[in-house]
Design a protein around this ligand. Structure first.
Ligand SMILES: Nc1ncnc2c1ncn2[C@@H]1O[C@H](COP(=O)(O)OP(=O)(O)OP(=O)(O)O)[C@@H](O)[C@H]1O
Ligand SMILES: [Mg+2]
Length: 496
């Protein structure tokens, strides 16, 4: 790609999916050379669809794309790559069972060593240091993201499209990524940056385009000058710049439902990351866990839901020791993980994904001509309640990322669980849906659920929690009343 003032112009793009869903309705957008252009909008607004069209993953029904002023038609991602356009999807697309060098070999169609050397050239600018023989599954998600950026740069990308790149990142990593991206644009790279998080808009965006229901509703020349309320209103149609703490009618019971006793656990590399953790969550209580990512919260959650074996100590829920995911579900446990595909099957329909849960199985499943089919009324009501843009018989992959996450929320939360473990559950949700999730959790708390909620956004954590526990270097360092503490106080314990 030659240097030019406008790298990309997408004009009057229309995309209608089978079933008549108009994902993009006459959308135009341009990205200037050396800018970070934010693409914003509620869940299902059409952001990823536009990104996929620009990157050659999808063909538009109408409209045209120009790269440096020249009209192009992409028949596949490779055509777009030839023009320097690279799309980084929400979850880094790497083959987990292969090594870094083997993944590079797949991409560059060269032997692993040569391909790895190409990628390694960009490790400096991305502050990366990973051996070629390291298997992808052993690399933390944040680093995988950087690795994908190194792949993109090695492929000669001039326009990077980052689709919610921070979903899997901690606050500290987000700041690091923002710094890196700013350095990259200074060197002439251009970035189309898709996000829901207002803080990131302020951190990185030079300009912004906002979509709602497939249409452009605003173009901002300096989004940093637009206030939170206004920006949120443009994105989701309602003023919601900050999270609201729902009213609670009763105080928590003193009945412990989840008890973690002297828990010691290792991470995937055998390092001790939980050092003698003790905590109790009572029925009818929401405990928020705050901490800089990597301080043991992931291992804590995995031990509680039965996915990780503690080195010593134990997890007791509903009076039973939890040793497996089955034990966890048997005591009325619900789990909302960071990676929704741990719990969902993308090739199955929305209905099939929820019907796996016994609560829905009893309500939805019926036999017709010897086959199981879904009865939809209950599900339709739930889809409406959670504001999901999607139909019961749609395959899950055809829903937008945030709407897929909401399908998981329906399955896990509608059964009225006794214990809920939510690990960064809002990372792919827009602000309105996050508030909806907070409200729903407080409703379930009132019905007696014991809830553990891990999040990076401290305002979100304050809005949802009764009590906040801060975890630092694998130990609990503070236990705070959410109504009497502040973002500043929590942050102080996180980093001291
Ligand atoms: N393959 C597909 N088949 C049918 N419909 C689809 C397909 N892909 C996307 N859609 C629909 O197009 C609309 C826009 O989806 P898109 O993924 O672009 O939203 P988004 O803005 O990225 O949302 P999110 O913030 O949740 O990721 C949605 O209603 C979605 O259901
Ligand atoms: Mg999306």
């Amino acid at each position: 790609m030659k240097s030019c003032s406008v790298v990309l112009e997408a004009s009057n793009i229309v995309k209608v999916f089978p079933g008549g869903i108009k994902a993009l309705d006459n959308v135009s957008l341009d990205v200037r050379c050396g800018e970070i252009h934010a693409l914003l909008g509620e869940n299902g607004a059409g952001k990823s669809t536009l990104a996929k069209i620009i990157a050659g993953h999808l063909l538009p029904d109408k409209g045209e794309i120009r790269v440096c002023g020249r009209k192009v038609v992409f028949r596949g991602p490779h055509d777009a790559l030839d023009h320097g356009i690279f799309y980084v999807q929400q979850y880094p697309q790497l083959v987990e069972s292969l090594s870094v060098a083997e993944n590079a070999a797949l991409l560059f169609k060269e032997d692993p060593l040569t391909a790895y050397k190409r990628v390694k050239e960009y490790f400096g600018v991305l502050s990366l240091n990973i051996e070629g023989s390291t298997p992808i599954y052993s690399i933390p998600l944040g680093l995988r993201q950087r690795l994908v950026l190194a792949f993109a740069l090695a492929l000669g990308a001039k326009l990077l499209i980052l689709d919610e790149p921070t979903t899997v990142l901690s606050t500290k990593e987000v700041e690091k990524l923002a710094k890196t991206l700013k350095e990259l644009v200074r060197e002439g790279l251009s970035i189309l940056y898709i996000t829901h998080r207002l803080s990131e808009v302020y951190m990185v965006a030079d300009r912004a385009t906002i979509l709602r229901r497939g249409k452009v509703v605003a173009r901002l020349d300096d989004p940093r000058k637009v206030g939170r309320e206004k920006l949120a209103t443009l994105m989701v149609g309602k003023p919601l710049g900050r999270f609201k703490r729902p009213f609670r009618t009763r105080s928590c019971s003193r009945k412990p439902y989840l008890v973690v006793k002297n828990l010691v656990a290792e991470n995937d590399y055998g390092a001790i990351t939980l050092r003698n953790v003790n905590l109790v969550v009572h029925s009818g209580e929401i405990v928020g866990i705050a901490g800089v990512e990597g301080n043991g919260q992931r291992e804590l959650v995995e031990c509680i839901v039965g996915l990780r074996e503690p080195k010593s100590g134990r997890v007791i829920a509903g009076g039973k020791i939890i040793r497996s995911p089955k034990d966890f579900r048997d005591v009325g446990g619900a789990f909302i993980p960071e990676d929704r595909f741990l719990m969902l099957a993308s090739s199955l329909t929305v209905c099939e994904n929820v019907v796996i849960e016994k609560f829905f199985w009893d309500k939805l499943s019926t036999r017709l001509f010897g086959k199981h089919v879904c009865r939809h009324t209950v599900l339709l009501e739930a889809l409406k309640k959670y504001n999901v843009k999607g139909e019961p018989l749609q395959p899950l992959y055809s829903l937008s990322g945030g709407n897929q996450q909401k399908v998981l929320l329906i399955r896990e939360l509608e059964k009225v669980p006794k214990l809920i473990i939510a690990y960064r559950p809002s990372s792919s949700l827009d602000v309105l849906s996050t508030q909806m999730l907070i409200n729903r959790l407080v409703e379930l708390r009132e019905k007696g659920a014991a809830i553990l909620y891990v999040a990076d956004d401290l305002e979100e954590l304050l809005a949802v929690s009764d009590r906040i526990i801060v975890i630092n270097r694998g130990q609990i360092v503070a236990n705070l009343d959410a109504e009497r503490t502040s973002v500043d106080e929590i942050a102080k314990y996180m980093v001291f």
